[in-house]
Each structure stands twice: as C-alpha cells, then as structure tokens.
Design a protein around this ligand. Structure first.
Ligand SMILES: Nc1ncnc2c1ncn2[C@@H]1O[C@H](COP(=O)(O)OP(=O)(O)OP(=O)(O)O)[C@@H](O)[C@H]1O
Length: 473
C-alpha cells in the first residue's frame, strides 16, 4: 500500500478526528518537552491517522524525522498513547512539499500527502517513568544532571560514547572510583539514555549484591534456568559494585558465564567498582581480564570549582535557598565525597527553612560537626601517607624520618615522598621538612626516580595504586 492510500485508509479507520486527536496529544507533549523544542519540532507536524493501533505522524522533512526519532520519540510515543485509545506504535512519515514553518505567528503548517515511511516506534503501554522503574533506574541520574569536571571528564565522555553507541570496543565499560563520586549516577545515565532512544530495549540495573543474593536463592529453589534467562537476555546490563564478588567463588563462576553470554550476544555491559579490577582481592584472574578487556575509566574526587558547581545544580534541582557564602563554605570543607556534599546541602537547607533564620557559618559548623569531623579525617596529609606507606612495606613509622639508608627503608621513604608530592599541596620544602629535615633536592630526586620506575615497573605501579586507593577510602 502506498502512503497516500494509507492516508485515506487511516482516516476512515479512525473513529476520532486526527486534528482533534493531535491537538490533545500536543497538549500532553507540551508538558513533556520544552516549549522551544515543541515549537521547533512538533508544531509543523500532524497526525495523519491511526491504523491497526499504529499512529502515523507526518513531519515536514527528514531533518525533523531524524531529530524527533533521536531525541523525542519516547515523549511523542507517550503523548500519543495517553490521548488516543488503543495506540501501540508511532510511525513517522515525511510530508511532501510542506512549508517548513517554525514561527508560531504564521499559523499552522500546510499539510500535504505523506511521502516516505520512516521509523516505527513501539509504544509501551506504560510511561517512560514506569520503564525506568522496571529497569531499576533512578530518574534523577541522567547526563543532564551530572556536572562534569576534570575529575570526571574522561569517565563522562566514555559513558556518553557508550550510551550513543559511538565507542568502538567499549565493552565492558568499567568505571571505578571512591565512594559517592558518581559511579552509579553515570552508569544509570547510560541506561536512561538507552531507554529514551530505544524504548523497546531491555535495560537491567542491579547491584552485585542483589545478583549474588538472587543467584543463591535460585540455586536453593532449583530455579537457575529462570535466573539465567532473566539476566542473559538483557540488551544493556548495568552491574554496580562488582567488588562485592570478592571471595564469592560460586557467584563468580555464574557471573563469568552470564558475562560471556552477554558479551557474545552483543549486550552492552557496564560495571562499577570502588577500585580497579586488578585490586579486587580474591577475584578470579579470568574475571579480572574480562573486566579489563573493554575500557576502564576512573572517577576522582572533584576540585573546589566542580564541587561548587555540583552544589549549585542540586540547589536549583531541589529549589532550596542557600547563600552563596555557605555554598562556598561547604565546597571548601567537604572534598572527598559528593554524596556527603549533597547531604550537607540538604541538612543546611532543611534547617534554614524550618528555623526560618539566616544561617551563619558558625551555625553550619555546629549543624554538620559530625560530618565535618569525618571529612577532616579523610584528608590525605603527609602524615597519613607516611603511615600508609610504612604499613604497606612493613617498616617503622620512625624510618620515614630517620637517616637510615638500606634500600628496604629508602625505597618506601621515596614512595612516601612521591605520594606526598602528588596527593598533597605540600611544597618541596614542606615535604623535605616532614621527612626528617631533608632538602628539596632529595624530594625532587625521589619523585623523579619513583616516577620513572612507575613507567617501567608494574610492581611499583601496583604498590602505589594500592596505597593510593587505601588513602582515598
Ligand atoms: N558529578 C556529579 N554531578 C552531579 N551529581 C553527582 C556527581 N557526582 C556524584 N553526584 C551525586 O552524588 C550522589 C552519589 O553518587 P553515586 O551514588 O553515583 O556515587 P557512587 O560512586 O556510586 O558511590 P558508592 O560507591 O558509594 O555507591 C548521587 O546523588 C549523585 O547524583
């Protein structure tokens, strides 16, 4: 059937008037997309009709078709499904010879016969929110709500590339970093984007703890087949906190097979962990190498400007009022964990609204004393580095500052100097002073030596990685 025939057939088959139905759909659409997006992309579109539970929407040209298909299909589908009885799919077709008119003052665009079949989008009866919920996703965790800083630039770009299927071999994508730094947020943003662009895709988010518990349950009930089917048929699998697999041999075995099936079936897998795969204790080597065969990215703690931007974003999202000065105070004092930063903002905002008074820094200091004390304990100082390094190499803390020179002591001391230089703001003089009054030349020499050993010797790299991860936890 050609589309002109379809046009006629559809009109007859539809009980309602397409123009009236389109108006109703547009009313809903206007709430789902921005005013600007509505004017630009939908005002010159029209409903041709409905046939066999498929709504046919004509758009002025291919640019509209591609743009709507890529960016607004779920919203269009929801609006149409909500307002027209029995609609299960939306099809976009391109009008022939329509005048493209995005200016609302010029009246409605002139409809013409649809020319070309474009895309068929299945409309789930449920809303987008329901689909997010079914996938286990938090609706707030999107790319839009994620503030990108130097600490997260690479991880963010990789996640976007995966979501847009632009990465060549980013499978699996392995995101690691300390607690509360946005790993779950980024991972779920990928799932969110997939569902938005491909409403029919099966996105599964779950924590490794849940995976393990369900697996144990399935074994107990003799229900393994159902368990396998559920997870092995996903298009996108988002698995949070894989460090939880450490030491759980049977779960690792099952996970290994699930993982292989997913990758073989071209499912996109995204994993998060609080440390690099190679540092997860008691994790089978074959799993480590599987985890590392795609792309590994790290989230670092954000710098002051990024922390302030995150606070600004949350303040806007939550529509709360907190002074700029207090925001700066929070960004300055809470450095290691964005979740903690958010919690502090929420506490201050709640206090301000309940007490109805101007919140001073002294008041905030009192209000957040437990949190600020914990945070102060988290900060990496030359002292904490010396302790961590002495602990790791099993030497006495006093040897960090002593004059003793055997390699078994000089080497850890040089590593501690290197870490002090890279992880603290201490000057060469201050660092030298903290290591038993050594001069800045000694510190430079230690940093150069360890820096070049890091490049050539994997065991030095590993040792430093382990100490660093411990310091950040
Ligand atoms: N760059 C960011 N921009 C906006 N919000 C952020 C950012 N980073 C983290 N957050 C917020 O901080 C909170 C904690 O983030 P998330 O749960 O993703 O951390 P995580 O790294 O998975 O932590 P954990 O390892 O403890 O599970 C979330 O509410 C998230 O939205």
């Amino acid at each position: 059937m050609d589309l002109e025939e379809f046009d006629e057939g559809a009109r007859e088959a539809t009980a309602g008037d397409p123009a009236v139905q389109w108006d109703a759909a547009c009313e809903v659409l206007g709430r789902l997309v921005s005013k600007d997006a509505y004017q630009r992309w939908f005002r010159s579109s029209r409903l041709v009709g409905v046939e066999d539970s498929r709504a046919v929407v004509a758009v002025p040209n291919e640019i509209h078709q591609v743009w709507i298909e890529t960016n607004y299909l779920p919203e269009l589908a929801s609006a149409v499904a909500e307002t027209i009885d029995g609609v299960r799919e939306v099809k976009l077709v391109v009008e022939d010879g329509v005048v493209l008119d995005a200016d609302p003052s010029r009246g409605p665009a002139r409809p013409a016969a649809p020319r070309e079949a474009a895309v068929v989008a299945p409309v789930a009866a449920e809303s987008f929110e329901k689909r997010l919920k079914a996938a286990g996703l938090n609706p707030q965790f999107t790319f839009d709500s994620f503030v990108v800083g130097a600490n997260s630039q690479f991880a963010h770009a990789a996640s976007e590339a995966v979501a847009k299927r632009k990465g060549p071999g980013y499978n699996p994508l392995f995101i690691h970093g300390g607690p509360g730094l946005g790993k779950t947020h980024l991972m779920q943003a990928i799932g969110h984007e997939y569902l938005r662009k491909q409403p029919g895709s099966k996105v599964v988010y779950l924590t490794c703890e849940k995976f393990t518990n369900e697996f144990i349950d399935a074994v107990r009930k003799g229900d393994l087949e159902k368990f396998r089917k559920r997870y092995r048929s996903a298009d996108v699998m988002l698995l949070d906190d894989v460090q939880f697999l450490a030491g759980k041999d049977r779960s690792q075995e099952e996970f290994f097979h699930t993982f292989n099936t997913l990758l073989d079936g071209r499912c996109q897998v995204v994993l998060t962990s609080d440390r690099p795969a190679s540092e997860i204790k008691s994790l089978e080597p074959r799993l480590i190498s599987r985890f590392e065969c795609g792309l590994t990215v790290e989230l670092q703690p954000p710098v002051f400007e990024t922390r302030l931007a995150i606070l600004g974003k949350k303040r806007d999202e939550w529509k709360v009022r907190v002074d700029e000065g207090i925001m700066r105070f929070l960004a300055e004092r809470i450095r290691s964990n964005v979740r903690r930063l958010e919690g502090a903002l929420m506490r201050v905002a709640t206090f301000a609204s309940l007490a109805g008074e101007h919140v001073t820094e002294e008041r905030v200091e009192h209000l957040l004393r437990d949190l600020l004390r914990e945070e102060a304990g988290k900060q990496v100082t030359i002292d904490t580095i010396q302790r961590a390094v002495a602990d790791h190499f099993d030497v006495r803390l006093a040897d960090m500052t002593s004059r003793r020179r055997p390699a078994s002591i000089a080497f850890p001391r040089q590593i501690a100097m290197y870490l002090s230089r890279t992880l603290t703001k201490g000057s060469l003089m201050e660092i030298g002073e903290a290591f038993g009054g050594r001069d800045h030349g000694t510190v430079i020499h230690a940093c150069k030596k360890i820096g070049s050993q890091m490049e050539s010797d994997a065991s030095v790299r590993d040792a430093i990685g382990v100490i660093e991860a411990g310091l950040r936890r």
